[in-house]
Ligand binder design. Structure first.
Ligand code: 4NP
Length: 168
């Protein structure tokens, strides 16, 4: 099992979008059973809140849906996950502040997995939820390809796609 945690500031826009987009991508490739995917926020400002309605509408427009309650991350989640995927440089600095600089080797910015490394701008401020969706989709595609190369190259993983590998 590969434990993936997406992180943004509030956990009501970008990271829950990434959670659903990545889960759907893994599902489409028959790889979903290999992943435990969650999302958390740096801040506790939105604790308990659902996905922000314009973000949910954008997901729905792309055929995705999900139930979510915002949660604030702690050191426990950082320790317990294999990949901590943040949306921007502020998230990265906040994580390193929480860990005192430890666990940096498993913290990545989502768009560092693309040919155009960049921050995912916060749609809470930009209001451009389609742009956010496109950036997250680009990052998730790159991240999934990275995982497939890093972790799944020798058949040691499960898939329900008959033309790839059989379950171990
Ligand atoms: P997110 O967006 O980090 O993508 O979930 C935000 C949502 C709420 C706030 C900031 C960013 N806020 O300040 O409440």
């Amino acid at each position: 099992m590969i434990y993936v945690m997406f992180v943004c500031l509030g956990n009501i826009c970008r990271s829950p979008m990434a959670e659903l987009i990545f889960a759907n991508m893994a599902e489409e490739e028959g790889l979903a059973m290999n992943f435990c995917i969650t999302s958390y926020g740096i801040s506790n400002e939105e604790e308990g809140n659902p996905i922000y309605p314009p973000a949910l509408k954008t997901l729905n427009d792309h055929g995705l849906d999900g139930v979510h309650r915002a949660r604030q991350l702690s050191l426990t989640e950082i320790i317990n996950n294999d990949y901590i995927i943040v949306m921007d440089s502020n998230n990265l600095m906040d994580i390193l502040r929480i860990t005192g600089g430890r666990f940096g080797e498993k913290v990545f910015k989502l768009c560092d997995f693309t040919s155009n490394p960049r921050d995912i701008a916060d749609p809470w401020y930009t209001r451009d939820f389609e742009r956010t969706y496109a950036d997250i989709e680009d990052g998730c595609r790159g991240f999934l390809e990275y995982i497939k190369k890093q972790r799944m190259g020798n058949g040691g993983y499960q898939t329900n796609s008959k033309d790839k590998f059989f379950p171990l």
